[in-house]
Design a protein around this ligand. Sequence first.
Ligand code: PGA
Length: 303
Amino acid sequence: MRPYTLRQLETFLAVAQETSVSRAAERLHVTQPAVSMQLRQLEQALGSPLLEPSGRGIALTGAGTELREYAQRVVFQLTELDNVMAERRGASRGRIELAIVTTAKYFVPMLLVRFRKKFPKIEIGLRVHNREAILQLLARNEVDLIMMGRVPDEIECIAAPFATNPLGIVSAADHPLSRRRNIDLRALKDQQFVVREIGSGTRLAMERVFAKHRIKPRIIMEIPSNETIKQAVMAGMGLSFLSLRTARQEIAAGHLVLLDIKGLPLIRHWYITRLKTKRVSPAAAEFERFLLEEGGALVDAWS
Ligand code: PGA
């Protein structure tokens, strides 16, 4: 018998992915001392330190990096085994690892509630990051499905649109442009913009729209959070280009105004996406089917 366990390997992988014992503990729903103990036992069993402090976080040692390679393959194989066995039992149980871009968090919890009403035995692990971080998870094969606003060109995947994603420019309610009609995008060239961070899908969409009209927006602040951007715009910091799915309530309440700009809102789509080589579990296939059949209408009614 090996002197280490699968649980220790999975704990180690979670710490390596999160680069933090506390975040790994949160993700695994266990206490921090439980994670530390698993790591200590694994290090003792393998006879090498696996992690070391680095800045404010932790980093993998050489042995840790090597172990991660193998542990990922082991866990991947076992996930496949779970899927094959789940297939034999039927699709109504299993676990889906889902990663979504930050902008999708305005409607995904609602979709998960609706889905779990139909399939209460399917568990879902949810991760929320910006587009770039989600693509890394996908490339490392750490998730079953991802949800984002544009199909990646750099990774071979299968993507299906399930809902629309309108993007537009919002201002504070008392902004002089808020009452103007049919504004030309070029008229915004001297306006101040609060924008999402590089690596965000929203930022990418904004840059494409501005580049198409040969305008360089005056960016006065970059903020990696839709929530904080909305507060900044409401407080009068400037305009922002956002997915309208993130701002429905503020627009309905009159705290934000969707500017009436020619050619906007831009209508893009939300895609459910997976690696082309991924073997789809029955649970993941059920979730994809649910999104394609019901997702669009549910999202429209919600956000
Ligand atoms: P973001 O993604 O949250 O990274 O801006 C939005 C998108 O993919 O369209």
